[in-house]
Design a protein around this ligand. Structure first.
Ligand code: BGC
Length: 415
């Protein structure tokens, strides 16, 4: 009798294990991401550099991770992880250091970077604009609030697609337009450091127009290249059950997550989503507070709300039913690597659920491959799968790096 009981136990255990293994689609793009100004170092010719010198950030980006020179070391890590795609951004101020003058060497540099990834069998996901503007543009024209920014940005885009389009597998024209617009024009945390709703409105309008023109011109030059952008999206909830509060929270969510998508009139080949955390609206408390059910917090105080990624994906699926979805950023500042593994697993579990429920999610990109320059916060937040030693420039894989490597190798998670 006893024996049989034991047998049963083992069987039951195995069944539970099988049940809890979540396998991802065969060609799922496992990725990681970083952005030019946050890693390259010495991007002295852009508005962020100046902002840092003026005290807008806790540190100056300085040499950052020196990835301009050490990109092959980064690619070694990309390979070691087994990434299917790597996301990086191009630095406008290097490609067009003065008005209308494109720098051949910088273009060649990016060609080398992209080809090096391709040689290693890694697909390239490239962001054209990750928040930095060349100084000539801001000095002479102010920035996005000037209508002329549209034509300059489109010219930059055209040059990039003509020169580098062949090397790109997935093209993001903008990273999270809502963040630099809000922070640059409403709460003065990013350059140009304004609190001016009128300029905010102008800049938003111009960015939308620039995006649409870039989409058209890119498709004209390279019709097969998938083109879109990536949006900072969150789940918004409120504990207040009365109708008005529920209505308002849905409006806020829809505006914050999808306004830009509504405005670009179908000019995107996929839905790009960056998801970090959820937000809760309570009448008597500050608005952007973490959701109250969060029990794990990153070093930046962002709550762990993995279920929210499911809500955001399903919302995208409903709104844009024909479009594939890519999660292009997701990660946590976690210097001691205490929560990163759980963070990855938790979000992947809900992404998997969304796929089960019919969402066409094609890829997941972790933010970030390396610790890097975290904008106004400087260097203290540590988002990397690899720890950076900013003195020696050593990149040291954390434990979670090996967890993610295993997930990629097996194409599945265990929950
Ligand atoms: C941005 C990244 C940033 C990350 C963490 C995203 O909104 O695209 O540049 O480092 O969030 O704050």
């Amino acid at each position: 009798m006893k024996k049989i009981k034991n047998k049963k136990k083992i069987k039951k255990g195995a069944k539970i294990n099988r049940k809890n293994i979540l396998t991802f689609p065969k060609d799922f793009w496992w990725g990681a991401a970083y952005a030019s100004h946050q890693v390259e170092g010495n991007n002295t010719n852009n508005n962020w550099w100046r902002w840092e010198q003026q005290g807008g950030s806790e540190d100056s980006s300085g040499r950052a991770c020196d990835s301009w020179n050490l990109f092959r070391r980064d690619h070694d890590l990309v390979e070691e992880l087994g990434l299917k795609s790597f996301r990086l951004s191009l630095e406008w101020s290097r490609i067009e250091p003065s008005e209308g003058k494109f720098d051949k060497e910088s273009i060649e540099h990016y060609r080398t970077v992209l080809r090096d990834l391709k040689k290693r069998g890694v697909k390239t996901t490239v962001t054209l604009w990750h928040w930095t503007l060349p100084l000539w543009l801001v000095d002479k024209y102010g920035g996005w609030h000037n209508k002329k920014s549209i034509k300059f940005f489109v010219r930059y885009c055209k040059k990039v697609v003509e020169e580098l389009g062949e090397e790109i597998d997935l093209f993001l024209i903008l990273n999270e337009p809502n963040i630099p617009l809000n922070k640059g024009y409403l709460n003065a945390e990013h350059p140009p450091g304004k609190r001016n709703p009128w300029l905010f409105w102008q800049a938003t309008k111009n960015m939308i127009q620039a995006y649409k023109d870039c989409y058209d011109i890119t498709k004209k030059i390279n019709p097969d290249l998938p083109v879109g952008f990536t949006q900072h999206a969150s789940e918004f909830v409120t504990p207040h059950q009365f109708w008005g509060a529920q209505w308002l929270i849905k409006k806020i969510e829809s505006f914050s997550n999808w306004h830009f998508y509504f405005k670009i009139e179908g000019k995107f080949d996929f839905v790009g989503i960056n998801y970090y955390t959820g937000h809760e609206l309570q009448l008597k408390k500050p608005f952007r507070k973490p959701r109250s059910e969060s029990i794990i917090f990153s070093d930046m105080g962002w709550g762990f709300s993995p279920r929210g990624i499911y809500e955001v994906i399903m919302d995208a699926k409903e709104r844009f039913p024909q479009k594939p979805i890519y999660i292009l950023e997701n990660g946590a500042a976690d210097a001691e690597d205490k929560i990163r593994e759980e963070y990855i697993r938790g979000h992947l579990k809900w992404i998997h659920q969304a796929i089960e429920d019919g969402a066409d999610v094609r890829g997941y990109f972790h933010w970030s491959l390396l610790d890097n320059f975290e904008w106004q916060a400087g260097f203290w937040p540590r988002f990397g799968l690899c720890e950076m030693d900013y003195q020696t420039m050593e990149r040291k894989p954390r434990k979670s790096f090996y967890y993610y490597q295993k997930v990629i190798r097996e194409n599945k998670i265990e929950v």
